[in-house]
Design a protein around this ligand. Sequence first.
Ligand SMILES: [Zn+2]
Length: 103
Amino acid sequence: MKNTLYDMSLIAGTMAISMWLGLDVDRVLLIAILSWLLYSIRMIRELIGILKDVSEKVVYLICLAMKNGKTCGSTAFRVRRTERGIVVECVDCKTKHEVNKDY
Ligand SMILES: [Zn+2]
């Protein structure tokens, strides 16, 4: 989970610097969303690595979705195959991560 902590602090740092530079709220949000997307892609890639080894329908990971300012922290996910690819859904907060076939 070292990478995760590193990513989180990177996002927090980016946001702090953006605000310090006096960027308006929209820009800061945009930067936050972009960082989050990059972060999600990395998370999904890690997930796929695990998926390859696991044939069960439930994969155990830690959900990092933000909920009321805290990370969800749930460790159970449902994995479904759809025509658009693989969808993993956090059992607790129902956050869905869609995984394209390109990955
Ligand atoms: Zn969750």
